[in-house]
Ligand binder design. Structure first.
Ligand SMILES: [Zn+2]
Length: 294
């Protein structure tokens, strides 16, 4: 299995795109929506029949928001009723603002024309991204089952423990599930577990309240650092203006197997579990009294 190579944009990357779209300040109505003939992301919530992009014509864009790894562009439809355009970047999805005369690059799957003259373009070579629009986006899947936002002011260890405290899964896998905490993927989970000095394969149910709190704080710190650095670009990620992130140079352990631990100097160790790779420090993240999950 080669799934260890999955590199999905996580919360900081999506937040970087959100900020770029918000800074573009587009507030004029949508005049045209063009969608390529190719399907994006095949899955229950992502079939083309659910995309409903026609309802965007005549809509006026408002705030650009984010929930977990999903971009949400709030709009009012032509009758003034609320409507949301949801964009999931998948693995290689990019959003950009362009002018109509700029040539459309390969793998462009969505072009939205605004009355003021600019366009939103969604480009996705691997087509793991997803699009949806409608009045019910916020209350239906995939948003309906998302856990709390790790950057919301009251996010803490109790929230994490409420979602994962009884789980027999490995800690790292629980964090990736999106139902206990939204927006965390493998990179930031691995970084946060290192900061919290917790072994990635500890069984969730074995954590004490103090460890959940340490992990909640570490998650928040890792995500905020990622946002400050404009996201992590290991391969595909670009922001709205086409720039790569800088957080890949600031990762403490992810992708650094065999290198010395930045805290203690021991050689960082790689592991693979449930088809996903990761890195930990065998000394800082040791778990002498707990058993590993299988
Ligand atoms: Zn160490």
């Amino acid at each position: 299995m080669v799934v260890a190579a999955r590199r999905m944009p996580e919360l900081p990357e999506v937040e970087s795109v959100r900020r770029g779209l918000a800074e573009a300040g587009i507030r004029s109505p949508i005049t045209k929506v063009w969608r390529s003939k190719l399907d994006l992301r095949v899955g229950e919530h992502w079939q083309r029949k659910h995309e409903n992009l026609r309802c965007l014509v005549g809509a006026t864009p408002g705030e650009v928001d984010r929930r977990g790894k999903y971009l949400l562009w709030h709009m009012s439809d032509r009758h003034g009723a609320p409507l949301v355009l949801l964009i999931h970047l998948g693995m290689s999805g990019r959003c950009g603002i362009a002018l109509p005369e700029q040539p459309k690059v390969d793998h462009t799957h969505l072009v939205i024309d605004f009355e003021e003259g600019r366009q939103l373009r969604f480009v996705d070579p691997r087509r793991f991204g997803g699009l949806r629009a409608g009045p019910d986006v916020l209350t239906s899947e995939p948003l309906a089952s998302l856990g709390p936002e790790p950057l919301q002011p009251d996010f803490d260890g109790r929230m994490l423990a409420a979602g994962l405290g009884h789980s027999t899964r490995a800690l790292r896998d629980g964090l990736l599930d999106q139902t206990a905490v939204a927006g965390v993927g493998n990179i930031y989970a691995i970084e946060a577990l290192f900061e919290a000095r917790l072994h990635p394969l500890l069984e969730c149910a074995r954590l004490q309240p103090s460890a959940w709190q340490r992990l909640a704080l570490a998650l928040r710190a890792a995500l905020l650092r990622g946002i400050d650095n404009g996201g992590t670009t290991l391969k595909d990620f670009r922001n709205v203006t086409g720039e790569v992130g800088r957080n890949q140079d600031d990762l403490r352990v992810y992708g650094r197997g065999g290198q010395p631990c930045p805290a203690c100097g021991a050689a960082l160790r790689e592991f693979s579990h449930q088809g996903r790779g990761g890195v930990f420090c065998p000394r800082c993240q040791a778990k002498p009294r707990a058993r590993k999950v299988g």
